[in-house]
Ligand binder design. Sequence first.
Ligand SMILES: Cc1cc2nc3c(=O)[nH]c(=O)nc-3n(C[C@H](O)[C@H](O)[C@H](O)COP(=O)(O)OP(=O)(O)OC[C@H]3O[C@@H](n4cnc5c(N)ncnc54)[C@H](O)[C@@H]3O)c2cc1C
Length: 453
Amino acid sequence: MHVNDASTDVLRTRVSGDVLTASDAGYESARRVWNAMIDRRPAAIVRPRNAADVAVAVTFARERRLPLAVRGGAHSVAGMGTCDGGIVIDFSSMKAITVDPETRTARAEPGVKWVDFDNATQAHGLATTGGTVGDTGIAGLTLGGGFGWLEGAYGMTVDNLLAADVVLAGGDQVRASADENSDLFWALRGGGGNFGVVTAFEYRLHPVGPMIAGGMVVHPYSAARDVLRFYRTLLEGAPDPLTAAAAIMTGPDGQKACAIVCAYAGPLEEGLRAVEPLKTFGSPVLDAIGPIPYLGQQALLEQAMPPGVHNYWKAEFLDRPTDGFIDTWVDAYSRVVSPMSFLLLFPIHGAAARQPVDATAFPNRGGIHLGIYALWKPGEAEAPNVSWVRETWTRIQPFASGGLYVNEIGGDDGQDRVRQAYGPNYARLAAIKAKYDPENLFRLNANVEPAAV
Ligand SMILES: Cc1cc2nc3c(=O)[nH]c(=O)nc-3n(C[C@H](O)[C@H](O)[C@H](O)COP(=O)(O)OP(=O)(O)OC[C@H]3O[C@@H](n4cnc5c(N)ncnc54)[C@H](O)[C@@H]3O)c2cc1C
């Protein structure tokens, strides 16, 4: 259905927050998302102040059969946090955080980004597993699973979610936890934005830092094969608190390189001993591993992934980086187009891997998440960057294990890839979807189609 000025005026009178349409001064900046490749024009952007505003926006979209997108930190590379011609609920106006150091819990609104969350919790020496780039939203990351530096010690972000306040498709406001609407709570922990709009998240926190052992070590690209074989051995023997990622990228000097980034979520002295092999292996061009504030660790990758550039990504899972995979992976980077692009391996291990596949909706309890990330500046050609990602992805298919991280599904990935991401949990998710959102109002996401009942 079409939205006209009169109907958006109705929306303005019913919500206490802002409503922006194309005629408003702030509309152009409000419609932008992190990935500058996404260029969409919603009919109205609602910035709610509270759950009641969210219920109004949900009801408005449902009654008029409008597309409805929900946006936390706007980091969905596929652009799922926006739409053309519909309603966007943009949580940038809801950013409250409360930390209770006694119970080691935090309650946060969905506009909060990890940098805000980490600052608030580290003020009490606490943290939970969160994104590795501070600008990422807690909302989308949490609902898809959430890997990060603390996962080996404390599990995925979803494993630390205690409860959520949710506005359902019918406009009702409910709470989901282990004791209340437990089916919904299960689905929210990995099922993405399919089941409702979350207006508050409650997390379990852990003592972390303020100083930890972490940082990165960078080797020349010519040593990449040896570095990745060393990395494979490191992962096989890594204690739970040691989480390490491997990247092939281009350094600020324009040289291709292979880096291992790591963090130890435990006592500093113990961590320094655990990261020692990373410092003694090979002939690094940069060794920046040592004591680092947890907040510094969380800022380490910020510059590698700035907002406002074009992004095209593809992801997959790997059981183990075999020699054949390593050869293919390293060779693929020799054909990279943009120096901003990189290849990443990030394991799901330790506490994150010990949960049963059906403990939450997030099914990838082990293996290595693999990301092929093309980033290029506005004005540079899109086609060769997209081709590099697609070709690399095709070349690594013989090594893929079948898993896929739902939060890195591409905008052009089809329904078969969505099912791949939810894996064996898809059928249960589809049944819960039929109960909570039978009309599939919440479909601008890695969509679970309601099961036929
Ligand atoms: C630079 C960068 C770094 C990243 N690093 C990591 C990382 O370290 N670990 C990791 O696990 N992932 C990482 N990711 C992937 C990240 O988890 C996803 O991009 C995620 O969607 C980001 O959440 P967001 O709130 O910022 O996104 P948004 O684009 O705002 O939202 C994405 C989707 O989440 C859903 N959603 C958002 N808010 C709500 C809500 N309140 N209620 C219901 N549904 C909602 C909607 O379906 C929405 O389309 C990274 C992404 C980027 C771009």
